[in-house]
Design a protein. Sequence first.
Lengths: 207, 327
Amino acid sequence: MTFRAEDTALSRRQFLVASAASCALAQQAQAQAQPAPSIAGSPEADPPTPRPGELLLVCTVNGKPERLSIDPASSLLTVLRQQLGLASVRHGCTDGTCGSCTTLLAGKRVPACLVPAALCHRQEMTTVEGLSEDGSLTAIQAAFLRHGAADCGFCTPGQVVAAHAILQEPLGPEPSALADALCGQACACDKLPQILQALASVRNQRG
Amino acid sequence: MQWVRAQSIAEALSHAGPTSRYVGGGLSLSLLLQRGIEQPETLIDLSALPLRQIEGRQGLLRIGSQVRLAELSAHPMVQSLAPLLTDIVRQLATPALRNQATVGGELLERTRCPLFRDPSNPRCNKRTVGSGCAVIDGSEHPGALFGTSASCVAASASELAIGLCAMSAEVTLYSPEGTTERSLPLLALYRSPGSDPSTELTIERTELLTSVTVPVATQQVFGYARLAESPLVPLASCAVMLSVRDQVVVDAKVILGGLTAKPWRAERCEPLIIGQPLASVLSDRVVNAALDGAQPRPASRPLRSLAQQVVREALRRAVEKHAAHRR
């Protein structure tokens, strides 16, 4: 039995209408469901078993359990951005030096562009979307605002995640300790002085 | 490509073959995969193996190969017994990379030669033996000063190895062919490129590095110095070990890195120190002897003075440590 292409293929217009409808439905479903489904609620995105040649990744992202089929060669960056739609994790230098994809993995900050996603099996990850538990600004986010620590905003999510992590890391007594901790967090708009001020202000508040 | 989550050393070894790679923190492998420079068929994930401990006993510090660099530098036993390692790690890469990078991965990392890592460069004997070397053929990249050959001038990547070689560390290896472990002085793990630069190591890639063992001798003092272009690109580094009795140096090791094809023991420098009063260590004669064996090309000639600077500084810091110990 054979199918002719025109029997099954959707026209471009039908396809656009159909996909718009499914997006809207998916958004609605996501808003209503408690807890929200992993991504868009489509069966393909929530596989019980991995697709051929792929690997099952079970993990928690921003507090939400996820079950994904991934390419074994995928970076954490690719999975967070392309499979989970977390565009705050920026695709920057892809060699681990710019800091715009900084993500918390098991509570520690890592460059998502160089961490193989497959290593994150049964781990917890947090991006800027998951830093606040109730949707209000965290102390460091408020401090970024107060100190004008963002300009173009490209690197800001990674900077906020890094700053959040730095506040929980042991810091040496030397005067350059905070600046050293920001090593690997580049800002093309040169806002690092303001980011440092924001960091220092939250640290001082906490004593 | 297949991903194997090994549950035991035996299982990891059973999947090892000519087209497999072990994965620790995965950082440098991930970069080479994304650029198509490494194309393994099997990736063997070591994260479930019990290789993440640091133990001290009988004058030895045993560091599991899957210990993260951040864990190494923060470990109280490392800070008190091997502060040199803490000193090196804190200057290495970035805090985020150090959270993920493993000790084993850092020791086995492939060269940072920018032309090796550039997939658009077709001439790299390390990637394809016989294709030529774009660095030797006129690139502005200086390449290494020591241990190079006519086919490759790439510098070795590991900084931790510089300090660990100064401490006479050994590595423990398991091979798929044998069932028992073997150990090897860390310095003997690395090779010069010669006519086949395709590997930087004397071991097979199927061998699994499980731990590093460091003898901890209380009479030894260490000095480390590094000059870097950026956190990820060391230009020159040097680690010095001095063992001193009654103000006389009874043993010494001088290891150069950053501009060397492998961790480089400055053999002609050490005899000038051993048996001499501590006060004579900081001489031009000693520093110049450390440069013996350098093979500068026009682009790398300026590195000579950098090498002299780091050797002098590492020696000075070791002498200073000894003075501080006596106080």
